[in-house]
Structure formats: C-alpha cells, structure tokens
Design a protein around this ligand. Structure first.
Ligand SMILES: [Zn+2]
Length: 317
C-alpha cells in the first residue's frame, strides 16, 4: 500500500515533469540577420565596394535569402559613402531589404525629441519609394531613451509615421570584434584569421543561445529572433562561418520579414532596460534582474581579453 502510494507519487511527478517541459523545448530555433550603419565606414581588410560584393556573395553562399540592411543615410555624405547608394541598391537587387537607422546616428538620450524625430524623418524621406524599403526604425545604439517621456514620445512619433521598431533580440557585439581586428591590423599586430573567424562565430552562437534561453524562460517559447550585425569587413569575411555555426547548433536562418511577423513585434516593453534588445527587455518586464539579461560577452573588456588570448598571434619578441 505504502509502495503503491509512492509509485503514484512518482507517476504523478513524472507526469508533471513531462507535462512541464514546455513546447518551446522542441521548437525550432529561428533567426534572421540584420546589418546596421549602411553604408558603414571602411574596415581594415577591403574597400567598401569590395566589402559589399563579398558580403552579398557570402550571404548567397550561406543560403541567406533575405536580410535587413539598416541605412544611416548621413553616411552617404561622407567620403566613404561615395557610391553608397549603388551598394545599397546591390543589397536590394540580391533580395535583401532596407530600413531606417537614422540620418546622423545619435543617442536618443542625448537629443530632444524634436531633433531626434527630424533626424529619422530625413532618412525616411531618402528611403521613400525605394525598392526593398520596409517600415522599420532601428534605434542607434539601441538607445530607446533613458526616461519614459522621451521613450514614449518617440514611440508615438514612430506610430504616427506607420513605422515599427526594428528591434533586435540577439546582440553579439560584432562591431566590437570588428574594432579589435581593425585596431590589431592598424597596430601591425599579427592575427590568426582562422582563429578570428572561429572566435567570432562562437560568440554569435553563444549570444543566440543565451537570448533564446532567456526567451524560453520568460516568454515560455522561442520567438523568431533578429540578430544585430553591422556592415563590417568581419561579416564580409566570416558570415558564412557564422551561419554554418548557427546551423550546426540547431538554428534555422529565416527571412527578416518572417522574424518581424513574430508576436513580440507588437509589444512595447514597459521598461527602460531596452539596450539589450527586445528579449532582454521582456525578461525584465517578466521580473528578471537587469544584471541577468545581458550576454556576458556584451562587454568590450571581456571581448578584448578573449581576442588577445585567441586571435593575436604571440610573437617571439
Ligand atoms: Zn548603428
């Protein structure tokens, strides 16, 4: 009798455990790619024109059918932005889409709402009528305002313009790794390119899994993710390795249109912890501590240390 009672408890516990494994555990991990600051300043390895050609080819080889390129139209007025319009058109001709990343790439926290909105309107005017244009606004620095007044005023301005937030859910600080590589080349330090590719791809995969884990814990499901990247030489060199590493880890690469059709696109998280992307914001809204919602390598000092250990070739000097 006693044994039977225990058996029942175990049976019940087993049932509860199995039932409690969320459907999310079996869900396919999905992620779309997005590239910011287009046309971006030059890197250490190629010209901006070479970079665009290489990036388009690499995305094609990797089977990425539709990524987003977020345009900072003020960059077109810089020296390095010469021919930038043709490069942007080349991305669209290759099947990718374009959206707004402001004119002058400023912090909302350092701007008045009027200046900030006038700035994004300039890029919206540039985008108007162009093929491949999507009604999305990506906040520079993911800075959506450090006070509720500015946050909500810009949210309202976007709504009035028919724009939605071109949020990210996964940030791997690719720009910081590109910075480290550029600095090493400038300083004439020898880097191991194979090690750089491995380190970079590993960082993206770990970031994606971190933010997906956070989503499953706090939303109870795996959303369609959006990976934040930049139009860098690093990506022109290694995006195929990144995609291969994601796929080996069980990720499926999806079109950006599919990612922004996820229900989390409709939510405006009621928090000021917005700089880690939408999943971290929603995790904070769900009660997670802000300190726990950022991937550990979203830290320039951590990346610099790992870069030194793994990518810099130790000379005999
Ligand atoms: Zn940017």
């Amino acid at each position: 009798m006693k044994l039977l009672a225990w058996a029942r408890v175990f049976a019940l516990a087993f049932f509860v455990l199995v039932a409690a494994v969320p459907a999310a555990a079996q869900e396919q991990k999905r992620i779309a790619l997005s590239f910011d600051d287009v046309p971006r300043f030059p890197g250490a390895f190629m010209t901006p024109d070479e970079r665009t050609i290489a990036l388009i080819q690499a995305l094609k080889e990797a089977g990425v059918k539709q990524a987003a390129f977020f345009v900072t139209s003020g960059n077109l007025e810089q020296d390095y932005g010469r021919n930038g319009e043709a490069r942007i058109r080349a991305y669209v001709d290759a099947g990718h889409v374009i959206a707004n990343h402001s004119f002058s790439h400023t912090h909302l926290s350092d701007s008045t709402v009027a200046d900030y909105v006038a700035d994004l309107d300039k890029t919206e005017a540039w985008l108007k009528g162009r093929p491949g244009r999507r009604p999305w606004y990506r906040f520079p620095y993911l800075d959506e305002g450090h006070d509720i007044e500015r946050r909500d005023a810009v949210r309202a301005a976007l709504r009035e313009r028919g724009l939605t937030n071109g949020y990210v859910t996964v940030d791997a600080y690719d720009w910081a790794i590109d910075d480290l590589a550029r600095k090493a080349v400038t300083d004439k330090r020898e880097i191991n390119l194979r090690a750089l590719g491995d380190f970079y791809a590993e960082t993206v995969v770990k970031a994606a899994d971190f933010y997906d884990g956070l989503a499953r814990e706090t939303l109870g499901r795996s959303p369609a993710h959006v990976l934040l990247l930049h139009e860098t030489d690093l990506n022109a060199l290694f995006i195929e390795d990144v995609v291969a590493a994601l796929q080996a880890d069980g990720w499926q690469i999806i079109p950006i249109d599919e990612a922004y059709a996820d229900p989390i696109a409709q939510i405006e998280p009621d928090t000021l912890v917005l700089g880690g992307g939408r999943v971290s914001a929603l995790a904070v809204v769900a009660g997670r501590r802000p300190a726990d919602v950022f991937f550990e390598r979203n830290d320039e000092a951590v990346l610099a240390r790992l870069f030194e250990q793994r990518v810099i070739v130790k000379g005999g000097q």
